[in-house]
Structure formats: structure tokens, C-alpha cells
Design a protein around this ligand. Sequence first.
Ligand SMILES: Cc1cc2nc3c(=O)[nH]c(=O)nc-3n(C[C@H](O)[C@H](O)[C@H](O)COP(=O)(O)O)c2cc1C
Length: 180
Amino acid sequence: MSILSERLRALSGFPSELPVLDLAAAPAEPMGLFLAWLEEEIARGSRQPHAMTFQTLAEDGGPEGRTLILKDVDEHGLHVATSRSSRKGRQLARDPRAAMTFFWREAGRQVRIAGRTHPLSRAISEADWLARPTSDGRPNPDWQVYALQPDRVEFLQATQDRRHHELHYRLIDGSWAREA
Ligand SMILES: Cc1cc2nc3c(=O)[nH]c(=O)nc-3n(C[C@H](O)[C@H](O)[C@H](O)COP(=O)(O)O)c2cc1C
């Protein structure tokens, strides 16, 4: 074992107090639980609880991830915004499949969400661009809001004994199926 490996192993892990995921009380659909966890994280005051790893597929089929900010959640799905001409923008134009991974370390929680993205309207994209703190009031036609419509959502609640609790949902023929 290298010295780095020993140091990494000795780093602190989950906090001593962790929420409990009651699998018996799991809702029939996942998005309410996702929003409840997000609200808890916002209330905790942790930094950037709306940041997640956003994965796309590169031209060679390989995965590519980067950090993005969740902009909204509505009937279209989970919104992110970026430049259409960026690498991820071009990748989404080629293959709309994408995945999000949220990690809320103070709660020992992870949520994985996968599905297909579609670009939202010019009006929504422009409103998002103009609402940015750095906006100079000029529109940016390259800016695009995408909605990811989930077909797979997986919750993980860490436990001290590392037998983490997982709750998986899959969209089958338009209905959510739960797989605990
Ligand atoms: C905390 C954080 C939040 C970010 N949020 C966004 C975002 O919402 N939209 C965006 O286009 N890039 C955002 N970025 C930058 C991206 O991670 C990425 O570097 C950039 O968009 C280029 O990605 P690409 O080459 O895969 O297209 C963020 C970076 C960090 C560290």
C-alpha cells in the first residue's frame, strides 16, 4: 500500500449522525423524494446543494462528466443550462441520453438520475441567461436550457455500518416501478 493510499484511507468519512431511509415508507414515485432531499440540503445550508456531476456520451461512446448546476425541476424534467456549442451541447445534440449524480456529503446521500434530455424554448433559455448574476442584459443565442426527463432514479442513504440503503426506481411503460 502506498503512503497516499494510507492517507486516503485515514480521511474522515460520513458524519456520525445520518438520516435513515425508511424503505417501507418509500413513495411510489421518485421525484417527490428527490425534491424533499434537495430541500433538506438547502435547509442545512450546505454549499451548492444544486451542483451535480452531469454525464453525457462522447462521440466514441465513452462517458464524460462535469459539474453543472440544477436550474429547475418541473413537468419537463430537471433543468440544466449550457452553451449549445460546448462539448456537452454538441454531445446532447448527437445523443440526448444523460445522467446526473448528486452527492450530499453531510447527509451521506447520493441520487443518480438518468434519462433523455431535450432543449427547452428560446424564451426559457433567454430568461435563464439574463437572470445570471454576470448578465449585461444582452441575449446569448448560444445559451440553452435542457430538461432531463428521468427514466431511472436511484437513492442511496449511507449508514455507519456501510450497508447503505438503496432505493431504485425505473420508468416502465410510463409508470414508475420501485426496486428496493
Ligand atoms: C460548481 C460548478 C458549477 C458549474 N455549473 C455549470 C453550469 O451550470 N453550466 C455550464 O455550462 N457549466 C458549468 N460549470 C462548468 C462545467 O463543469 C464545464 O467545465 C464546462 O461547462 C465545459 O464542459 P464541456 O466541455 O463538457 O461542455 C460548472 C462548474 C462548476 C465547478
